[in-house]
Design a protein around this ligand. Structure first.
Ligand code: C2O
Ligand code: CU
Ligand code: CU
Length: 495
């Protein structure tokens, strides 16, 4: 522990020096209050479900409540089926699922299945609002590889506040490949969901006051809602399903003395295990890593200084912050774990750049995309079922952005003309955008044509999304062009 503190000190000094020299990333730091790691990590329960007529049904109730944050105080928070966060939903590829979503809040909300490939009407975006006291029941077939997905509200203009107050949970998908893999897979034992979020506490209460250009940068790190969390380890290896569930802060996860084996990105397993010293995750991004432990040791997962890529914003973007996230305490004797490995999937079905029929360009700047603010009644892009497309995405200003596309998992073809680093070469639905760098993404729209219900693409820094850095696309079949429009606008003049 002494060693950790000394390292933190050294990093803080280094960070100040770098700032002074280059005047980039952040002008000031947004200090995370040093935490004692004395609270046992909460693990979200696996959601119960019932299977009837071949449909697996889950139940989520968005509700208000109070949460006692040990060592900090009691705050009003929001959660699903409880006062904070929500249970972990889990389903297998091929299953038909349904979710009864009850809204017991006093305002409308929605629940979006982030990373899920599904019909737009089931997506839970701003067009699927659930009024207070009402129930929404989306249903779809799980039709994508095993992955660590998540769910959260998506009400237009209010997403930051709904997520920040505590509405978020994980949605894990399994398939034959993941079930057969040599990986830790006992949920809550050696396979741990880690929803990492920074929150601002003032006078012991959760506060949404203020914030910077990226939104709120909190002074406290919560993992699964637990401040200062520790976790007992009983196996030689542990799989961490990391979710950056923050509204604005980008983390760079690292251990001070060991590497991690990355096994999966947003949309599922990589082609092969990848040794990494550090891993940057922007808001909305996920990764699965496997970490090895020695008997009896105590070691901390940290977030180190983040390379935001020449960001200059008023105030701070948090890039210079370095802090501990979670302490692991290994037992004296550890159960053996397999070395991570799995059968790679066949390459054959993967979209290729040579299949791409369309190139679209997106520039994110000034809370807009391509100079337009989100308009719920405007369809920005029309894609065709079966088409492969290239999306060229650039942040046009020195501000951090995290670009997310609904419905699909994409592949990053190039970043600034070069092949992406291995940790960004797997299936992705969200990607950090360094300012003024072109990210070329390859996407394929496989099915679910619907000319009257759009999917979203947007910045996952939720304050930016809420301010309008979002657009809408529909997926249609040839011949449906004349039907394109919003459901409430059908038969109306569009302008
Ligand atoms: Cu995680 Cu459109 O959102
Ligand atoms: Cu999403
Ligand atoms: Cu942004």
């Amino acid at each position: 522990m002494t060693r950790t503190r000394r390292l933190v000190g050294a990093l803080a000094v280094a960070a100040v020096a770098v700032t002074a020299l280059t005047a980039c990333d952040s002008f000031t730091t947004s200090p995370i209050t040093a935490q004692e790691f004395v609270n046992e990590l909460a693990i979200p329960p696996l959601a119960e479900s019932t299977v009837q007529d071949g449909v697996r049904t889950f139940h989520l109730t968005a509700q208000e409540g109070e949460t006692d944050f040990p060592g900090i105080g009691t705050s009003e928070t929001w959660g699903f089926n409880g006062s904070l966060l929500g249970p972990t939903l889990r389903a297998q590829r091929g299953e038909q699922v349904a979710v009864d979503v009850d809204n017991e809040l006093s305002e409308p909300t929605s629940v979006h299945w982030h990373g899920m490939h599904l019909p737009a009407a089931m997506d839970g975006g701003p067009h699927q609002m659930v009024a207070p006291g009402k129930t929404w029941r989306p249903t779809w077939r799980i039709d994508q590889p095993a992955a660590t997905l998540w769910y959260h509200p998506h009400p237009h203009g209010e997403t930051e506040s709904h997520v920040y107050r505590g509405l978020a949970g994980m949605f894990l998908l399994d398939d034959e490949q993941s079930l057969a893999a040599a990986l830790p897979k006992q949920y809550g034992v050696d396979d741990l969901p880690l929803i990492v979020q920074d929150k601002q506490f003032r006078d012991g209460r959760l506060s949404m006051d203020g914030g910077s250009e990226v939104g709120i940068l909190g002074n406290t790190i919560l993992v699964n809602g637990t401040p200062g969390a520790y976790r007992r380890v009983t196996t030689e290896r542990v799989r961490l399903r990391l979710l950056n569930g923050s509204t604005g802060r980008t983390f760079t996860f690292a251990f001070e003395d060991r590497s991690m084996t990355m096994i999966a990105s947003d949309g599922g397993l990589l082609d092969k295990p990848l040794e990494l010293d550090r891993l940057r995750l922007a808001p909305g991004e996920r990764a699965e890593v496997v970490v090895a432990f020695r008997p009896g040791e105590t070691v901390r997962l940290r977030s180190v200084k983040t390379d935001l890529g020449g960001v200059v914003v008023p105030g701070t973007a948090g890039g210079n912050d370095a802090f501990d996230v979670l302490e692991f305490r290994a037992a004296k004797a550890l159960t053996p774990s397999p070395k991570p490995s799995w059968e790679p999937t066949a390459e054959a079905d993967r979209p290729r750049e040579s299949d791409a029929s369309v190139t679209r360009r997106f520039v994110l700047a000034d809370d807009q995309i391509n100079g337009k603010s989100m308009d719920m009644s405007r369809i920005d892009e029309i894609a065709y079922v079966g088409d492969t497309e290239v999306w060229e995405v650039t942040s046009g200003q020195p501000v951090p952005h995290s670009f997310h596309v609904h419905d699909v998992q994409f592949r990053i073809l190039t970043i600034d003309g070069k092949a992406p680093p291995a940790e960004l070469a797997g299936p992705k639905d969200t990607v950090y955008l360094k300012p003024n760098v072109r990210y070329r993404l390859l996407l394929r729209f496989e099915d679910y044509a619907d000319p009257t219900m759009p999917y979203m693409y947007h910045c996952h820094m939720l304050r930016h999304e809420d301010k309008g850095m979002m657009g809408q696309f529909v997926v249609i079949r040839p011949g449906q062009e004349n039907e394109v429009g919003m459901p409430q606008m059908k038969g109306m003049d569009h302008h």
